[in-house]
Each structure stands twice: as C-alpha cells, then as structure tokens.
Design a protein around this ligand. Sequence first.
Ligand code: AHR
Length: 657
Amino acid sequence: MIKTTLLSGLFFCFYSPLQAQSATTLDIDASKTVAEIAPTMYGIFFEDINFAADGGLYAELIKNRSFEFDWPLMGWEQPNSDRHSYNKNSGIAVPVQYSQEQTNHNFIRVKINDASGYKLINKGFRGIGVHENENYRLSFLASNSAGSVTQIHFKLLDEAGKVLGSSSVDLTKGDWKKYRTEFTAKATSKKASLEITFSGQGEIDLDMISMFPENTWKKRENGMRKDLVQLLADMDPGFLRFPGGCIVEGRTLAERYQWKKTVGPVADREILFNRWNTEFSHRPTPDYFQSFGIGFFEYFQLAEDIGATPLPILSCGIACQFNTGELVPMDQLDPYVQDALDLIEFANGDVDTPWGKVRADMGHPEPFNLKYIGVGNEQWGPDYIARYKVFNDAIKDQYPDIVIVSGSGPFPDGDYFEYGMEQLTQIGAEIIDEHYYKSPEWFRENADRYDSYDRNGPKIFAGEYAAQSVAIASPENENNWECALAEAAFMTGLERNADVVQLTSYAPLMAHTEAWQWTPDLIWFDNLSSYGTPNYYVQQIFATNRGSDLLKVSARGEKLIGQNDLYASAVKDESTSEVIVKVVNTGASSKSIKFNIKGVKTGKKAEQIILKSDDLTAVNSIEKPKNISPETTQVNVQKGVQLSPYSVNVFKLKIEN
Ligand code: AHR
C-alpha cells in the first residue's frame, strides 16, 4: 500500500510536473445544507480490554483488593511465609470463603506468629504508579476479634525498596469495620509496591484493601485517572459507547456483562472473569478480572462529565460468537429484555421508580438522559435477528423514544454482513452498527463506502474501526502514521455522508503498555503517563471541528475520494460562523489547493490545523507523546495553499456576511 502511494507520488513528480503543481480547486457550496451533522457524529467507544478499566481508567491501585480472583491471593505476595510450615517466625494469610450466595465471597485471615517477620505485599497492576508529592488514600475492612493484633502498618516502597510513604493504623477490637489512612509519596515511581506489616500477635481478617490517589478526576473517591479522562474530554466526544466489545457478550452467557451487578456499593459488586484473560495465547493476561469499580453508574457519570451522550450496549442473549456462541433459548429471553427495560429506568426513571431510586441513592437524582441503547455487540445470523426483534418490540412498546442500536456483525461485507443488513432494514432498524478492522489501503479505497447507501434506510453507526498495519488481531499492529492518515481519508467519506452516518468511533480506545491484548488502540498509558496516538489526533481534529451543516465539496465536478491522493469534506459551523474544510493528502508529494466557496463570503485568512509526518511508520510513544500532533497556523487562502505530503488538514474560514 505504501508502495502504491509512493509510486503515484513519484509518477506525478517525474511524468506530470504541471499536473502535480497546478492547484486543485475545491468548489464548496455553502448556499445549501446537505444535511445536519448529528451531534453524535464523532464519539468514543470505551471497551473494557487491555486493562482499560481495572489497571487503567479506574484509579484503584491495588490489584485483587478483595481477594475474589479465581486464585484468591493472586497479586499478593508473602515473601517470608511458607505454605508447608507453621511459619513460627512470621505468619501467613489464607483466603476464607464465607459466602457463596453474596457477591463478595472471600476475605483473608492473617495469622501472625511473629509480627517482626511477616509481610504482605501488593504490587498493583504491573506495579503501583505514584507521583511525588501526591496524596494517596488507603482504606481497608478489618475484623479483629481473635488474637491481639494492635496495629497495621503500610509502607509504599519503590523498586529498590526505598520507603516513599508510610502510615500506621490502630486497630480496635471487634467485628468488621472500615479503616482509612493516607500518605504523601516522597518520590515518583512507576512500579512501587505496598507492604503491609502488623504489631501484635494472633489472627486478623482483612478485606477490600484499597488505595487511590486523592487527585482523581473531579477528586472523586472511587474515582478515575485524571490524565486519561482528560484525554477523553479533549476529544469533545458526541457519545460514549460502553462497556465493550466482546465483554458485553461474555465467553459464555454466565460471563456476560450484567449491569445490575455493577451498581450500588462498590464492595458488593461481584467480580467477574474477563474473557480477555485467556483470549489470545500470544498475550495471556491471567490477572484480568473485572472489579466493576467502574460500573454503569460511573460510565453514565463519565459520559455526563465529558458532555457525551451515553450509549450502553447490552447482551442480547448470545455469548460471543467467536467463543462459545452460547444461546439463551427464546422462551428464556425475558430476564435479558428486562435488563434493558430496567436500564432505561435506571438512567431516566423518576426517583420513586425502583431503578430510578438506585440511581438517586448513588448520588444522582437527576436523570442521565439516556437516548440510545445497543442490543448485542457484534452478533450475526438468524439467532441474533430473532432475539433482536423481541428486544425491539419490548423497548419500543414501553419507551418509544429510545433509539435502538443494532449490529451487522464483525465484518463490513460478506454473508454475515449482508444478511444482517437486509434483515435489520426489513425490520425497520433505526441505527445499525458496522465494524471494520482493515488495512490502510482498504480505508483509502473505501472513502466512498456510504455514497451508495439508501438515504431512507437505517442510519449507520461506524462503531468500531481502525486501520491495521499488519493484520486484524496481530500483535505487531502499530498506531503508525500510515494508519492514521488512511483513517482520516476514510473519515472525510463518513463526514460527506453525514445524512446516513450519524455516529462513529475508533476502537479499541485504551491500552496499558504492559498489559494489552489487542493493538492498535487510540490511547496508550502506563502507570504514570498516557498519550494519544496519531490516530487519536485525527479523531480529535475531526471531532472538535465537527460543524453543524454538511456542505457539498467537489473538484472538477467530482467528490474527492483519492484522485491525486486527495480526499475532502466540508461543513459549516453555525455557532462559530465558519466554513470548515478537511483535506487529506495521502501522497508523498505536496499539493496545491484553492477554495472556491459559493453562497457565503469568507476572508482571505484561514486557520489551518495540520497533522503530518514524512514518515509513514512514525508513531507516538510515552517518551515522545506528541511526535505527531496538530499544529495550528494562519494562512492566506486567497492565492491557494500548499498541502504537505502525507498530511491531514483542517481549514477554518470565517464567514464575513
Ligand atoms: O475491539 C476489539 C474487539 O473487536 C471487540 O471486543 C469486538 O467488538 C470486536 O470484535
């Protein structure tokens, strides 16, 4: 693909110099609005994958804080304890399963024989990231009935064992009680650990050992990582789809995402095995479980915080078809449908409705204004259509104004896709979610994908897409400039078809640099820092220049879909009185363009936002987070402007009349 673009660049340089240098005139008709651009046009899809929730957005620093993983002591170390001895010179913790029925099944019983020799250590999610001078809040539940344990001591250690912070808590005698303490980190460390020691002797029971930075997003307890939410907010997303992805469906139906188990008190949210734990043998993540510290309430709140319309996706009664594909029988579908109806009540219902009350009790009496709900993530075939119809009828019957998002499966073409589109169109589906993980070449060649869609058919949600530099699900995929550039070219096609395409989102959204399963991803982070990829900046400059009205743009009477390596779309922004033109040059040579704007008068000057790199393999990284990032300049557009090789350009022209 790179070759094709390079060759075409060379062709114009050597064989057609006049053509290469003569300006392409973009004729923009600002006298007519082709369609209104939906406020949801550019959004984000939060998928619980790659440690995006636990170990990522969720600011909890202790892994397996409530001892609920399949191996209840996974994530915890007891360096001075031996399971095959009485540990007379130290002690040992063992898990106690006190309840099968309740949601928090386990705690640990620590037997301390000699406090001077016993240690319990948690190393967080690939280390605990702490920042110098930041405050950290610790809390834990303890039951201290037997024995004479008097104090618990916390030490934050860096990798060399240097103490970065410490605190001790006096323990009272008696049944379960919540304790809190805090400390300030004396230095920054990406891989600190929390060491717990004791004073006294005997047995003590512990649960929910938790540590959060005080400085979370909006300083909330049980909060989210501030830098990561900021990156999301900076995209000005029109919607937030959550919580996945395949985890919605589960590897089996029992492992599907059940939103009702993710609301209410955090300690009562039952932990779930995550299918990404075992999904890829090349990227095993045996410690990937969902604590649901971020549950549906927190997702709705996040959407509200960043000004995005919430778009939850629910299981439709089919487990992931790439896994078991387990089906709930049609006559047992009711609880699944009820989950959808109850979710609408949870989000929008009055505080005296049962689920509206749950929301209010969690601190949000005002409704979350849910308008969209997704039924199924990425299902296909007749089993999906049969189940979708039941959901559709039930939801529309009770909530006629809620827009239901259906799906056309994992591929943008082929049997599954065609069958799904045909059936959903017949049913009168309102919005269909399409997914495409394809080569950069595919993205460049499909900028006209939606030009032929029925203008009166279902609206489209391009819900998961990303150019793959090697192949779908390859661990070698990179978020390189070639992919981002190809996505930008394709996105001009999404925008040109904004009458049909009403929601779009790149996928997946986030990945921990040391604990990912899937690449490429829009945002990468480690325990201290995060960065947006070139693909992120493409999304950002489209979303923050969304405009309100779609305008027609053409060159020599044709839409620009790759001729001379150029792609274009144009919008008007009523609120800022601007014509905004997006032009992508996927070629190796620079290009001259001119604007011929009809219907409004614009000035000589324009703001130009440019994303570019001469190197198609270039990436951003923790070390160079802004290697490829937008630059803004003022240009005189009267005589035309130059587009750099391999560049994405947004021109903002003020309307003067
Ligand atoms: O984004 C990664 C996965 O790709 C999603 O979980 C799924 O919806 C798609 O197959």
